[in-house]
Every structure is written in structure tokens, then in C-alpha cells.
Write a protein that binds this ligand. Structure first.
Ligand code: SF4
Ligand code: ZN
Length: 311
């Protein structure tokens, strides 16, 4: 049986179980844009120069597209894109191609920072010699390179493409590990450029559908190191639960937001990394420690590392 849009009676393309609404293409697109606009308004101020972390994957591509639409007429807000090239042969060159086309078509400034420029090595090279997992290495070094590039580009904020599913998985994973510090680190950015996540209210499935409807170019290559077992387990668990109890993903994320509005986690005293000068709670920052720069330094705090939440 054909389902009809609850707003206009055209054929529906989606049923949002968490809100009980059927939507056609046009109303679905409007609904997604309205929600992103509403969330983004709380995160952005006039005069902001916003650096979008653009990998070329579906989330960051959609993010750049929507932000450029939302702020098209705002002369007081600037958008630029930053792509970090970790040096993953057979993968990153494809997503960079998508990212370059996207920024060219939208007329947006695009900065690409290779790991080689920042750390004098590539992820492929590091993986061969390090005892730390690829995604952990990648996450720490990418975060450092992104922050550094955004600072060099005088950005006021970094926007990342984390969607509702990413956020719900991270919250649950940190709860299950009892990792309160990491849970709160999501809010507390210390001395780093503030991060915003305009897609955090949009489920992954809707990000994909929006990209499909808009005909956004998405690269389907998979990173050869992608093996995040625990995150896949969380994804399955939450998706199962969402089917039985629609709204679970929103509940997880909003529940944590409410807690973090009430409780303030103690600030960690930061100093400057003695190698690169970036903020750190140790003598040497994690990025220097994991790249060749810090190979001779004490590495006892490597054990606290966890893989990144999105790439
Ligand atoms: Fe980096 Fe993502 Fe590849 Fe892991 S899966 S190595 S985080 S790009
Ligand atoms: Zn450092």
C-alpha cells in the first residue's frame, strides 16, 4: 500500500517512527533543513568564521552543503572547508576528489592538510611501526591536525558531521565503559577551537536519504583500517532498540545533554606541549607522542587512548 505524506498527500518517502509522521520528498527535505537550521542557530554567532571538517563522506558533504545554503545570505558568517589527508592509500584520494568537487561547485575556500606536512609521516607509515591501533592513531592525529589548520585559518568554530546515531553510540559506549571523563570531554573542549555538530539531531538514515534526494556526490570506498568492533556492536544494539522503542536515540543524546547542563566536570589544568606548543595535560601532547616526533618520550599514557568516533 502506498503511504501518503501527512502534510500534502503526495507519496511518502519516509516514515519517521519517532515522530509518527510520513513525509514526501519535498516535506522531508524541508523538515531536515528546518531542524538543522534550528540547532545551528544556537551554535553560531554573527562574525563567525566556521571551518567545516570535510572528509568527503556522506555526513560532512551534507553538512557543508546545508551550511552553505543556510548562511548563503549572511554576509557576517564565513564558511570554509578543511580536509585532513591522513595518507591512506587506496581510500583517502577518492574522498578528497569528492571534497574538492564539492567545494569548487559551492565556491567555498578549501584547505587540505596532509599528515606529512604536520607530522612528517603518513598513517600508512605509522601503522607499520606502531603498536597502537590505526583508528586510534588516526583519531588523535587528525584531531590535532584539524585544530592546528583551523587555528592557522583563523576559524572561530569547527563544524563536524556527527549525526544522531554517532552521538547516541558515543554516549552509550562511554556509559558502558564508565568513562565519565570522556563523556564530558564531548562538551569541554579545553583550549581547542570550539566544536559544533549541526547534524546531531538528524538520524543517519535521514542524512543518507537527504544526500540521495539532493544528488550529492558521495564516495563509497571504505577505509582499509575500518574495524571498529565496539562501535558496530553499539550501532546494532541501539538500532534494535530503536525499532522496538522509537525515539531511543534522541532520548540517549538528550538525557546526556541534560546531565551535562547540571553537572560540571572539573577542568583539567592544561600546559603547552614541549614539542609542538599545543594544549595538553601532559608534557608532550598525544599527537606528538604518537607521531615520530615523540617516539623517545615517555609513553605510559598511551593506554588511555580510544579510537575516534567518526572519520
Ligand atoms: Fe581513520 Fe576512519 Fe580509517 Fe579508522 S576507519 S583509520 S578513523 S579513516
Ligand atoms: Zn605536541
Amino acid at each position: 500500500m502506498t503511504m501518503l505524506c501527512d502534510r500534502c498527500l503526495h507519496q511518502a518517502v519516509i516514515y519517521q517512527r519517532y515522530s509518527g509522521v510520513h513525509l514526501c520528498r519535498e516535506h522531508f527535505v524541508r523538515d531536515v533543513e528546518r531542524r538543522i537550521k534550528k540547532d545551528t542557530r544556537k551554535m553560531v554567532e554573527g562574525g563567525d568564521r566556521i571551518a567545516v571538517a570535510l572528509s568527503g563522506g556522506k555526513d560532512s558533504t551534507l553538512l557543508l552543503y546545508v551550511l552553505s545554503e543556510i548562511f548563503e545570505k549572511r554576509r557576517d558568517i564565513e564558511i570554509l572547508a578543511i580536509t585532513i589527508d591522513e595518507g591512506i592509500r587506496g581510500y583517502r584520494e577518492h574522498t578528497i576528489r569528492v571534497a574538492k568537487n564539492m567545494t569548487k561547485n559551492l565556491g567555498i575556500e578549501h584547505i587540505i592538510t596532509p599528515f606529512r606536512d604536520r607530522y612528517d609521516t603518513t598513517l600508512d607509515e605509522l601503522v607499520r611501526t606502531s603498536d597502537v591501533g590505526p583508528c586510534t592513531l588516526c583519531g588523535v592525529l587528525r584531531r590535532g591536525a584539524l585544530n592546528w589548520t583551523a587555528k592557522e585559518a583563523s576559524a572561530d568554530k569547527i563544524a563536524t558531521g556527527h549525526n544522531l546515531d554517532d552521538e547516541a553510540q558515543t554516549v552509550l559506549m562511554n556509559y558502558l565503559r564508565g568513562d565519565v571523563k570522556r563523556l564530558f570531554r564531548q562538551k569541554r573542549r579545553d583550549d581547542f577551537i570550539p566544536r559544533i555538530k549541526p547534524l546531531k539531531g538528524i538520524p543517519e538514515k535521514e542524512v543518507a536519504l537527504y544526500g540521495f534526494i539532493k544528488g550529492l556526490d558521495v564516495d563509497l570506498h571504505e577505509c582499509p583500517y575500518a574495524t571498529q568492533a565496539l562501535r558496530s556492536e553499539m550501532r546494532e544494539l541501539i538500532n534494535d532498540y530503536e525499532v522496538k522503542h522509537p525515539g531511543t536515540k534522541y532520548a540517549l543524546v538528550r538525557g546526556f545533554e541534560e546531565i551535562s547542563n547540571i553537572i560540571t566536570y572539573p577542568e583539567v589544568q592544561l600546559s603547552r606541549c614541549k614539542i609542538c606548543g599545543e594544549p595538553t595535560s601532559n608534557d608532550v601532547c598525544m599527537a606528538c607522542l604518537l607521531s615520530a616526533n615523540g617516539s623517545r618520550e615517555n609513553n605510559t599514557h598511551k593506554s588511555k587512548l580510544r579510537p575516534t568516533s567518526q572519520c
